[in-house]
Write a protein that binds this ligand. Structure first.
Ligand SMILES: [Zn+2]
Length: 419
């Protein structure tokens, strides 16, 4: 694994500097990338990192915040799901604070059920919860199985995580007819640097965004719809005025993405283009002032496998179950030969339930272990185990089950031992 750019003539270092401040911070970050792959950036204090994961034809974006919170935007195809989970594992991400599903197409949500069953996830947002495909139903079922709270993302929604602000700039009601044009579009701002993630938004969506009184300007644009000619209109590009454009696209895809006209519009606007089909994973990091982009080549995702679309209709997603199980650990990155405490909580209508047995199963690389406990008066149970010489860097998943009123309520958490 190395840091390379195959399409850019300038040496890697030369194309990285955007502003002249904070050279030391960036140099440290860059050296970390060069020596360790991108692994250390996910948790670098003070640095926000966007990982554009090479999932072939599709999108999967990991945003790691300076305060340690993580957001996943889309999860690639069904066949890319394991690669996305492996990437998150490699980054030491055991818990996602939020998943945003931009829209219900298989190359964006297909891999998400695998992610949701492998990691703990605090919430899922989507453009809508109308399912018309088997893939979408699988996604829907994976969320309800874990009892994860959901919301629909609408223009104007904001989240603030530490010093980072996330602003949804699209879609708004009434939704456009095209699924692509419903794509949740997110502008993430840290200090003086913004990134705009557009899903598969095409011209009609871009036009609506231009008419809306929300900021679009961004240093980094995740180009809409895999660089298709039907996205990245000149007017939109003028409003966003990016310095770097990242295109998530599969090599040799049958759609002809990225389109020649879209590439020309970007080039004419003086935007530097980065492509996952040519360069593999692309890691964008910023300290809020300066910007670093590195392509980490050498890893390729499986090709897109389309799932048959079935005409199945489903109404709006119901509110989260009245009874919810959650799980977390004392330390997501414990030292080998230390101890880890797994906590679980069971709540009913938001109130902790006391006296409920909790069973946990710890999935090490070659063995499993268990421990159990009962919830206390606040509905929280905890049990502790020594982790011995558990393999460093291997994510140990902990399945957590509560048996309550004859039903099992499940959650999961885990940790990655370090040496
Ligand atoms: Zn797509």
């Amino acid at each position: 694994m190395g840091a390379t750019r195959s399409t850019h003539k300038a040496p890697v270092l030369a194309c990285l500097w955007r502003r002249k401040t904070s050279a030391l911070v960036l140099l440290v970050a860059l050296l970390a990338v060069l020596t360790l792959g991108s692994a250390s950036l996910a948790v670098s204090p003070g640095i926000m990192t966007l990982h554009v994961i090479d999932v072939g034809q599709g999108d999967a974006l990991l945003l790691s915040m300076p305060n340690g919170q993580h957001l996943l935007v889309d999860g690639g195809t069904v066949s890319a799901g394991p690669a996305v989970v492996a990437y998150l594992d490699q980054q030491g991400v055991a818990h996602l604070d939020l998943i945003i599903a931009t829209h219900a197409h298989a190359d964006h949500i297909g891999g998400l059920p695998h992610v949701i069953s492998s990691l703990s996830v605090a919430a899922v947002w989507a453009d809508s919860w109308d399912c018309t495909s088997q893939t979408c139903l699988g996604f829907y079922d994976s969320i309800t199985a874990q009892g994860i709270p959901t919301d629909t993302a609408r223009a104007g929604h904001v989240f603030v995580w530490g010093d980072v602000q996330g602003l949804v700039v699209h879609p708004a009601e009434p939704l456009l007819a095209s699924y692509n044009d419903r794509s949740v579009t997110l502008r993430v701002t840290y200090g003086g640097v913004s990134m705009l993630l557009t899903g598969d938004a095409e011209a009609a969506a871009e036009l609506q965004m231009l008419d809306r009184d929300l900021p679009l300007q961004a240093e980094v644009l995740k180009v809409g719809h895999h660089g298709s000619d039907t996205s990245t209109t000149e007017a939109f590009l003028t409003a966003v005025a990016p310095e770097h454009a990242v295109i998530s696209v599969g090599a040799g895809n049958k759609y002809g993405h990225p389109g020649q006209a879209a590439l020309e519009r970007l080039t004419e606007a003086g935007v530097e283009i980065w492509r996952t089909d040519l360069e593999g994973d692309i890691v964008v990091s910023t300290d809020g002032e300066t910007l670093t982009l590195v392509a980490v080549s050498g890893r390729r995702a499986p090709p897109l496998s389309w799932k048959a679309y079935l005409p199945i209709m489903r109404g709006p997603i119901p509110p989260p179950d009245a009874i919810q199980a959650k799980a977390w650990v004392s330390d997501p990155e414990p030292l080998q030969f230390s101890t880890v405490t797994v906590y679980g909580s069971l709540s009913e209508e938001g109130q902790g339930v006391a006296g409920v047995p909790m069973e946990t199963v710890w999935h090490y690389r070659t063995t499993t272990a268990t421990c159990s406990a009962k919830t206390d008066s606040s509905g929280v149970a905890a049990c502790t185990r020594p982790i011995g010489g558990a393999t460093a860097g291997y994510y140990v998943r902990i399945d957590v089950d509560f048996l309550y009123q004859g039903q099992t309520y499940s959650s999961a958490t885990g940790f990655t031992p370090t040496d």
